[in-house]
Every structure is written in C-alpha cells, then in structure tokens.
Design a protein around this ligand. Structure first.
Ligand SMILES: Nc1nc2c(c(=O)[nH]1)N[C@H]1C(S)=C(S)[C@@H](COP(=O)(O)O)O[C@H]1N2
Ligand SMILES: [Mo]
Length: 308
C-alpha cells in the first residue's frame, strides 16, 4: 500500500512541525538548540509550518547521514562524499529563480516568495538513482504545479526547462565533471503539473543542505534521480523538448523521460534490481519506482522502450 494517511506515519514523533526562515537562510528547527521561543523577539525570522502529506510511502527512512553524505552533485565533485565536503562554497542567499519563456507572468522570485505560493508539505518519497541504488527521503517542499500556475503558462507551452546555477568560482570542481554545465533538465508540462512533482526546500525537517541542492531543487520520485535537478536558478516554459544534461552527455544511455523502468536495462547494467542504501540484500525495482498507479497514465500509448 503506497499512500498512507498522515496518522499512520512512523516519522511523526521526530518531525518538527515548523521550519524557520530569516533573511539569510533557513535555520535548523529539529535540534533542541533552537526553537521558535529561542529566537530573539527582534529577529526577522518567520516560522513556517509544514504539514504531513498523504503523498508519502510507509518505508523505513534512509538515515539522514547517508542522505546528506552519499550524493551526486557533479559541480562539487564526482565522488559520492565530495558534495558534502565541498558544497559549502555555494552561496544560497540571496537566491532568485527566474521564471520565463512561454508564460503570461514572467517573474523573478526569491525563496521566501516561492514558499508562500503553497503550503509546505513533508513528503516521504523513494529516490532511485540510475546507478541502481535507492533511498527513502523525507522532503519538505511544495507542488511544482502551484508555482507554475502562478506564472501562468501560455496555451502553446508543452515543456518545462530547468537550469542549475553555474558559477565556476563557487563550483571550481565543475570543470572536471565530464558534463557540460550548467546542469539542465526538462519535463513535459503534464509531468511537471503532476501532484507528485515537487520543488523541495528541505529534508528531515530542516532547510536543504547545499549538497542536496540548496536552496531549491526538483523531486520527481517516479523518475531516475538525475531528473531531480539541484540549486535551480531558471525555469522556462517552452514548446520544444528541452535539453537534459545526461541525455546530451550520452543519449544512448539516458533518455528524456528517464522513468524508472525495471524492464529497460541501462546498456551497462541491469535496472531490474537496486540496492537500498543501508540494506544488505538487493530489492526488485518497481515500475515507475512504485508510483505506477499515480503516473502510468501520463504515458499511455507510448512505447517505453523507445521513450526511455
Ligand atoms: N545540478 C545537479 N543536479 C543533480 C545532479 C548533479 O550532478 N548536478 N545529480 C543528480 C543525480 S544523478 C541524483 S541521483 C540526484 C541526487 O540527489 P541527492 O544527492 O539529494 O540524493 O541529484 C540529481 N541532481
Ligand atoms: Mo543519480
């Protein structure tokens, strides 16, 4: 059973109900060291509530230490431990995301404005990397659909293009990554409007660590992890399929859709099974990463071997 009622969640005892924002950044709300009452009365900090979403899986969470120390973020190195070590050079505030292209209301929004567009929710999602490892991560974010509605796509818009910040000064290891930067990704507009697609601003009750894509990143849990583009500065509506970093790098191995599909192997390894980080034995990979009931309809009539 995929979707659980909030009352059934096992994470409830440890989840803080609020996350705090000030002008510079989110502050950790989970530790006893800092709570709403500990903030000085003159502080500009605003406390932000988030509710538990029913779009949640009832599976054991991957330990926070693994979620934040086993990462792919090539701008900060290609080793799994490198982003945690080196992403502290990323300046996440001030930060603006530029919304443009085929929209009626082009705008630049800072993070404070974006998180006001819709209530923040905590969603526990499976995360399946194309490299055949997986995690279960408690994200905090808001539906991408709410943000796109605010910028009001024009009738001809068919796709959404995303772009990561690229500043070689902040990301000096990027030139050794073997991929063209900035990192870019894309979704079909109906995929982007699907309720499972979120813009995440936090995990484990706190603002996103830099290595996980601070201050804002995409999460599409039915797709391979590389679609979840980090540290987004630009979101553009278009009528053409947008370029995607891994597809540009190696089109034979990585397609535009990149839906988790145990029946279509990567040319160099099987996608039929995966290693859940922290577990000894492999698990069978599920179609659409276990979200088939919700998302398979987006692809009805499509040959998923061709549109991989
Ligand atoms: N900008 C950028 N976004 C990125 C990547 C990257 O290298 N650069 N790696 C992707 C890959 S391959 C995965 S699996 C996820 C990893 O997200 P996590 O480190 O939060 O688990 O981020 C994706 N987003
Ligand atoms: Mo990945």
């Amino acid at each position: 059973m995929l979707i659980r009622k909030p009352a059934d969640l096992r994470y409830s005892d440890v989840t803080p109900k609020e996350l705090y924002l000030n002008r510079r950044r989110f502050l950790a709300a989970g530790s006893a060291a800092l709570g709403a009452l500990a903030l000085p009365p003159t502080s500009n900090a605003a406390s932000l509530s988030f509710s538990k979403s029913s779009y949640t899986v009832d599976e054991k969470l991957t330990p926070k230490d693994d979620v934040t120390h086993y990462n792919n973020y090539y701008e900060f190195g290609t080793g799994k431990e490198e982003p945690a070590r080196y992403a502290n050079t990323l300046i996440t505030s001030p930060w603006t995301v530029e919304f443009g292209g085929m929209v009626n209301k082009p705008q630049k929004l800072d993070i404070t404005s974006i998180i006001k567009i819709a209530p923040l929710e905590e969603r526990i999602y499976r995360h399946r990397c194309v490299e055949a490892w997986s995690m279960v991560i408690p994200w905090i974010g808001l539906p991408l659909s709410a943000v796109l509605k605010q910028v009001d796509p024009k009738p001809g818009a068919k796709y959404v293009a995303f772009q990561t910040l690229h500043d070689p000064k902040q990301m000096p290891r990027g030139k050794y990554a073997g991929i063209d930067l900035p990192y870019v990704e894309g979704l079909r507009l109906d995929e982007a409007m699907h309720p499972l697609a979120i813009l995440a601003v936090g995990l484990y009750g706190e603002s996103l660590p830099n290595q996980n894509g601070a201050p804002i990143r995409l999460v599409t849990p039915w797709k391979y992890g590389f679609k979840g583009i980090k540290s987004i500065v630009k979101i553009t509506l278009t009528d053409k399929e947008p370029p995607c970093t891994w597809n540009i790098t190696n089109a034979r191995e990585y397609g535009f859709y990149s839906n988790v599909n145990p029946q279509v192997d990567h040319p160099r390894w099987t996608q039929a099974s995966e290693r859940r980080i922290g577990e000894l034995f492999k698990r069978k990979t599920l179609p659409f990463n276990g979200y088939a009931d919700q998302v398979a309809g987006l692809y009805s009539g499509m040959d998923l071997r061709k549109f991989y």
